[in-house]
Design a protein around this ligand. Structure first.
Ligand code: ZN
Length: 181
């Protein structure tokens, strides 16, 4: 949906239509929850092609016991390794890291930075290096060529995730199907 309707009113998370990142993420949350609970039906264009559905994995991932277990793992890591209690203030970032990552990428990636391509939307490459967000902030490149596994296109850009993927391919764990430019 985000790519088809990028930065239009039907985009599930475009910073153009929200006064704060919080409002944008609340809207995204409601929409995605509706899709998961089937109270909102996806448009037919998004389900024409085969989409793998892993019901049991979805149920496992969203089960309260799974969530609490992961929370307990994060907490015990802090208890064991944190040098002092101030570090515990970082725990909420770990508990909600999916939403935090989504908020940063969706907000900054369509608001701040430079463009390599005129995609007809507001997608941006926020920085030329992708270390912190693992390459996700090359939104302008990604919207230009969504099938490309490498989000970095210029010589000065660096996509950390793609480098990890190359190592995984080298180790025989994955195969990068789409050739990169
Ligand atoms: Zn985007």
């Amino acid at each position: 949906m985000h790519h088809v309707y990028s930065d239009t009113k039907k985009d599930p998370h475009s910073p153009l239509f929200f006064t704060s990142v919080w409002r944008m993420m609340v809207h995204t949350h409601h929409l995605f929850r509706g899709l998961v609970q089937r109270t909102i039906k996806p448009e037919s264009q998004f389900v024409e092609d085969y989409l793998p559905e892993w019901d049991r994995l979805d149920k496992f991932g969203s089960h309260v016991v799974t969530r609490l277990t992961f929370g307990a793992i994060y907490l015990s890591y802090y208890i064991y390794f944190a040098p002092n209690y101030f570090y515990f203030l970082l725990l909420p970032i770990h508990f909600f890291m999916g939403a935090v990552q989504g908020a940063i990428v969706n907000w900054c990636g369509h608001k701040y930075g430079y463009s390599n391509y005129g995609n007809g939307d507001h997608s941006r490459n926020t920085t030329p290096w992708g270390v912190v967000l693992m390459g996700e902030l090359f939104q302008n490149n990604h919207h230009h060529d969504a099938q490309n596994a490498n989000f970095a296109n210029k010589w000065f850009e660096f996509d950390t995730t793609f480098q990890i993927m190359k190592m995984m391919q080298w180790a025989g764990i994955i195969k990068i199907v789409v050739p990169v430019g």
